[in-house]
Design a protein around this ligand. Structure first.
Ligand code: PEP
Length: 252
């Protein structure tokens, strides 16, 4: 039985004060679902420490929005997994669509980040998902398969237990267009079948696959009803504590 996992990706939002307030709102709102669902928030790097302090002695985990693959050295502006671990991160998002399509990250770079995250003791959330043109051209399965195979290249079965997959159709991210539960389930089932081929059925059955793309309090419950939807990666709606908490509660 896979435990639901909901993560909030705050992207490049909040400030010192509002990041702490948001974290406090999530902590107090999630009190009555402690233990029933895994929850993480991923603030901007610069607020990780104060958000981490606000999460202290709660069951809400801290995550980063990205990680660099080198451990230390002359990599101006980058942040290593050791640094993220040092400030209390448990998770690291790898290959978010904005990093793929705005910043230009490749599958090969993302694969290095997934490896570095695990090496540094972090749990990577590998994001995959197709562009609208790719969906219209019936290339969703092809694109997601490529992103999965390249993103997970070289990961042993043991290391796979650290990984969460987030299926995030790019056309649904921040657009208000949510995939229907059936569209999400179709791709999630395909991903799980692929994991069984790449590893085995046991591993495929254990890996959590989140859906991401305009998840909101009013659609979270129906998405979570789907057999292979094990949680949600939430962008916009994670910036309001009440909305995020409602999504978490709908995911129990
Ligand atoms: C995301 O950024 O991962 C995301 C799913 O964003 P939104 O919920 O705003 O679509």
């Amino acid at each position: 039985m896979r435990k639901s996992f909901v993560a909030g990706n705050w992207k490049m939002n909040t400030d010192v004060h509002s990041s702490v307030k948001l974290a406090q709102g999530v902590v107090s709102g999630c009190k009555d679902v402690v233990g029933k669902v895994d929850v993480a928030v991923c603030p901007p790097f610069v607020y990780l420490q104060q958000v981490g302090a606000a999460l202290q002695s709660s069951h809400i985990a801290l995550g980063s929005q990205d990680v660099y693959f080198e451990q230390k050295g002359a990599f101006t502006g980058e942040i290593s997994s050791a640094m993220l671990k040092d400030v209390g991160c448990a998770y690291a998002i790898c290959g978010h669509s904005e990093r793929r399509h705005v910043i230009g990250e490749t599958d090969e770079l993302i694969n290095k980040k997934v490896h570095a995250a695990i090496l540094g003791g972090l749990l990577p959330i590998l994001c995959v998902g197709e562009l609208i043109e790719e969906r219209k051209a019936n290339k969703t399965a092809e694109v997601v398969t490529r992103q999965m195979k390249k993103g997970l290249a070289g990961l042993t079965p043991e290391k796979m237990s650290a990984v969460t997959i987030a299926y995030e159709p790019v056309w649904a991210i921040g657009t208000g267009l949510t995939a229907t539960p059936q569209q999400a389930q179709e791709v999630h089932a395909m991903i799980r079948k692929l994991l069984a081929e790449m590893y085995d059925r046991k591993i495929a059955g254990e890996i959590r696959i989140q859906y991401g793309g305009s998840a909101k309090p009013d659609n979270a419950g129906e998405l979570m009803q789907e057999e292979d939807v094990d949680g949600l990666l939430v962008g916009g709606a994670s910036l309001k504590a009440d909305d995020f908490v409602a999504i978490v509660k709908a995911s129990v």
